[in-house]
Design a protein around this ligand. Sequence first.
Ligand code: HPA
Length: 268
Amino acid sequence: MLEKIKETASFLKNKMTTKPETAIILGTGLGSLVNEIENKYEISYTEIPNFPVSTVEGHSGKLIFGQLGGKDIMAMQGRFHYYEGYSMKEVTFPVRVMKELGIKTLFVSNACGGMNPNFEIGDLMIITDHINFFPEHPLRGKNIYGDRFPDMSQAYDKGLINQAKEIAKEMKITVKEGIYLGTQGPTFESPAEYKMFHIWGADAVGMSTVPEVIVANHAGIRVFGCSVITDLGVEGKIVEASHEEVQIAADAAQPKMTAIMRELINRA
Ligand code: HPA
């Protein structure tokens, strides 16, 4: 495993002309941030040794390098979901490679169903904490570096959360905060499941992010995460959910998410 990570990292280092310390996983809501990356150069996942290849609709797969707000960054366009059939090792492999490349801060976004009754479709939710409800743990097995029992008391960096809230206030963008529960999918939740997850303490539920965030924390990378609420799992407000509706709600929220992230990356 460690050899594979090192092999991939050394392949990338040979191609890289910049030295980013900031990485972005361009999940739902952040797709258009790509257009703002300057002096771009790209490496397709298919070219990268040991990289899984992304399959899901609306997620093409490549690493994009360049500058954002004057900072060297690397961005993943297309992430690997557990529901696609990848193992947790595969889902989180790119984050382990990021550590090897010297990444210090990771920004992630996603789409999710809101269970907090104060949430509306199109809201942005800064992730303050998570519940890992995936059936396989990404750190299961031999511990190749870091702590065997990693701390998760501040999986989402408080400093970055506070900065993001300040930025949102300055920009007069309303943001919610909450706990994200990561589950395997690919089904959206039944009303009983939404209710259960809310009773457990989650404000939103989605099918990504938690594995990558756990591995980033284990690797000593600080994390900021932001969700777009694309449908509601609130009793009385639940309607049929579809991938298309999720995309439409996410596209509408995209400018707000992009504005906050861009500025946060700039200041962080
Ligand atoms: N549940 C799980 N994943 C999701 C949802 C949801 O309601 N909406 C977008 N991704």
